[in-house]
Ligand binder design. Sequence first.
Ligand code: ZN
Length: 125
Amino acid sequence: MKFTTCLNCMDGRTQLPAINWIKDNYGIDWVDMITEPGMDGLLAEKPMEELSDIIRKVDISIKVHDTKEIFIVAHHDCIGNPVDEKKHEQHVQKAVEKLKKLKPDMKIIGLWVDHKFTVKKIPEK
Ligand SMILES: [Zn+2]
C-alpha cells in the first residue's frame, strides 16, 4: 500500500477532487490529508516557526507511511485565503520552495482545484 502526504484547505469541497487526482496520477492508494483554512496562504506567508504544527503532522506522515511526495493544494473560492487564482498560484509556488528547502528528499507538487473541481498541476517557478 502506497501512501502520500497532502497539505490541503479545510474546505470540504477540495478533499475528494485532490484525493482522486492524486490516486489517478501517482498510483497512490491512500492520501494522508493535513488541512487548514487557506493552507496555501499560510504556508507561503507565515514564518516557519508558526508552521511547526503543520510540519509535525507532515513528519508523522513521512515517518509512519514512508511517503515520498508532499502535495500542496489551493482552490477556487477559498474563504480561508480569499485571493485570485494568480495569487493562489504564487502562494503555492512559494510554499513549494519553502517545503523543498525543509524536505530536500521529498517531491513537492502544487495543485489547483478550479470552479469545476478539475485538478491541475501548478508549474514550478
Ligand atoms: Zn479554502
